[in-house]
Write a protein that binds this ligand. Structure first.
Ligand code: NDP
Length: 289
């Protein structure tokens, strides 16, 4: 391995420690405590793990959190009613609805019902539009924001002019990651399942962000020597009879050519949660003027 390992776990721990200091300072000044409301619908095992981790990190940083657990058969009206109450509650500063939602619920309608000022996931169309327009104060989706902080940890402020290729064009990772990179003056290319000769495009990247959901799809022949590679993918695979998490990047081969690379787990994932709490603080400050 020649690449520098980008330690997302350590960077997230530092970010959480900073958030904790900021929350302590608020408390000492007599201000109310920032509060995140999390809505979890149904029993999806992965969602349960994600929510548990998010609540745990809230506790560690002193951010107040409340989790609303709804039955998988809940009617959309009930969920929208809960959102309306949380939107109107001045003691709640951030609202997160854990996705995916059960079939009977229209995900887009639910996201649209969250107050954009409390939309700590940054999925509301108003926030997506503001990101597209280059608004620097918008609530940005947590995973792309985490990617940006990881890149800054390696490249400092020298993102300008770098050719950044994003693999994947989802609304929650690929597109906002590309827009954020554009805001930071990268030259941006997005590739996806219909891109022709995708490996050749990726090989031109100074920075490669991979968010696809296909285990070890990106191999060393996709990567320019010295490139910075961020692996967003989380894939559960069988390894010697046991379940194991791997990314979208074939870590062992790519680490031989890349300049720096994130591991899975321990790369982008921990930063995503840290950025959720960062967004909650940002939403709090915005609401309190
Ligand atoms: P989506 O399924 O919404 O999007 C996947 C994207 O990958 C699509 O744009 C799709 O292209 C593209 N794609 C699929 N197959 C190929 C292929 N063979 N070649 C090129 N592109 C392809 O996924 P998400 O963006 O939500 O998530 C991606 C991965 O990141 C998943 O593994 C997910 O678990 C993980 N994730 C990790 C997070 C973290 O905190 N670490 C947070 C969020 C997600 P097209 O549009 O053409 O279909």
């Amino acid at each position: 391995m020649q690449a520098t390992l980008i330690d997302g776990k350590a960077l997230a721990a530092a970010e959480l420690a900073q958030i904790k200091r900021e929350v302590n300072a608020l408390e000492e000044s007599g201000a109310p405590t920032p509060c995140l409301a999390v809505i979890l619908v149904g029993e999806d095992p992965a969602s349960q793990v994600y929510v548990r981790n998010k609540l745990l990190k809230c506790e560690q940083t002193g951010i107040r959190s409340h989790c609303y657990r709804l039955d998988s058969g809940v009617e959309q009206g009930e969920l929208l009613g809960l959102l309306a109450r949380l939107n109107a509650d001045p003691a709640v500063h951030g609202i997160l609805v854990q996705l995916p939602l059960p079939e009977q619920i229209d995900e887009a309608a639910v996201i649209a019902a969250i107050d954009p000022d409390k939309d700590v996931d940054g999925f509301h169309h108003e926030n997506m539009g503001r990101l597209l327009a280059g608004d620097p104060d918008v609530l940005v989706p947590c995973t792309p924001l985490g990617c940006l902080l990881l890149l800054k940890s390696v490249l400092g402020d020298s993102l300008a002019g770098q050719h950044l290729v994003v693999v994947g064009r989802s609304n929650i990772v690929g597109k906002p990651a590309a827009l954020l990179a554009l805001q930071h003056h990268c030259t941006v290319t997005i590739v996806h399942s219909r891109t022709q000769d995708i490996a050749a495009v990726c090989r031109r990247a100074d920075i490669l962000i991979v968010a696809v959901g296909r285990a070890r799809m990106v191999t060393e022949d996709w990567v320019k020597p010295g490139a910075v590679v961020l692996d967003v993918g989380i894939n559960r695979v069988e390894h010697e009879g046991r379940a194991r998490l791997v990314g979208d990047v074939d870590f062992d081969s790519v680490a031989k050519v890349a300049g720096a690379i994130t591991p899975v787990p321990g790369g982008v994932g921990p930063m995503t949660i840290a950025c959720l709490l960062r967004n909650t603080l940002q939403a709090y400050r915005h609401q309190r003027g």
